[in-house]
Design a protein around this ligand. Sequence first.
Ligand code: PLP
Length: 398
Amino acid sequence: NSIFAAVELAPRDPILGLNEAFNADTRETKVNLGVGVYYDDNGKIPLLAAVKAAEQARLQQQPPRGYQPIEGLGAYNTAVQNLLFGAGSELTAAGRVITAEALGGTGALKIGADFLKRLNAESKVYISDPSWENHRALFESAGFTVENYPYYDAGTRGVNFAAMKAALLSYAPGSVIVLHACCHNPTGADLSDAQWAEVVEACRERGLVPFLDMAYQGFADGIEPDAVAVRLFSASGLQFFVSSSFSKSFSLYGERVGALSIVTANKDESTRVLSQLKRVIRTNYSNPPIHGGAVVAAVLSSPELRQQWEDELAGMRDRIRAMRTGLVEAIKAEGVTQDFSFVIAQRGMFSYTGLTAAQVETLKNDFGIYAVSTGRICLAALNSKNIGYVAASIAKVL
Ligand code: PLP
């Protein structure tokens, strides 16, 4: 009898399943809006020119491939801190921030979750309703009980902030609150700066443990404005976690470049926390890979390449914005009277369109347009060639 005889087939990842169905579709007009990836106007994942330049320089150098330190490349971690906390941040100057390079944003969440479990095994973890589908699984796999806090309000297509805040104020001290720092996935509905300030105060009042997930810095309004939540928590004097990722902002998905930053009370605490975090990393994957982090560090530490990257990032941001406006206008031009202007107000790569599961199904069957059954679409998968077809098809299923 095989030792695997009792192994059950795990449920398929819904989004990967969508990709498989899309790939098998032979219609030439098919469009995949289910993805979480930025495509350019030609429908390709871009290789940024700043990345290409840094990679070419690295190839010329032919650096040896020794092990990295457990926490990754120092220059990379400093660059991450400057983006998240601001160059010249008082926190980093005071030694209150530790940063470890991680395997994408997912890897950062995982080592953060494992460390938190050692810190306080009994605490509950709260994620937004809805949230990125991997949040729950990640924290559950670290051994936590995960629950939702109220977030999206389908009626206003915004955030039900009163309910969210009331929920935060009802949680036990030490509860971990996972917050999307900007560009909420999947809804595209973000908090205002004033609401963020209230979240900071609620966390302080209840003694909650904030865990900010920053997967899209630079995709809403820009590198600095998108960091407002991190900056407000930084100014609060609280301790908190930040997972961050360059998958999207550097278009480096497959290189797995992210980081976990932890803000402590003081330098001495930082030393102790980092020593424990290193144990977590050591027993997970020992140390991170070299290439992606080295490329990001090279880009961010060269004034010319950094400028080039900022321009390219702005290009991605502006193209997504143009697709938001373009889609709303094109749907209207199809004679649809239902108001879709909320799509313009949403931020980041995604929109909760309000399309029902049945409408999403018809879009797929009749038009070869693939979206998540919740009605989530990726605006970055639209382009000048397919936007008219998508708008016309949406108009037909409404
Ligand atoms: N967090 C959120 C909210 C995301 O949307 C994503 C990616 O889709 C991640 C984390 C993970 O990013 P990475 O691909 O860098 O692991």
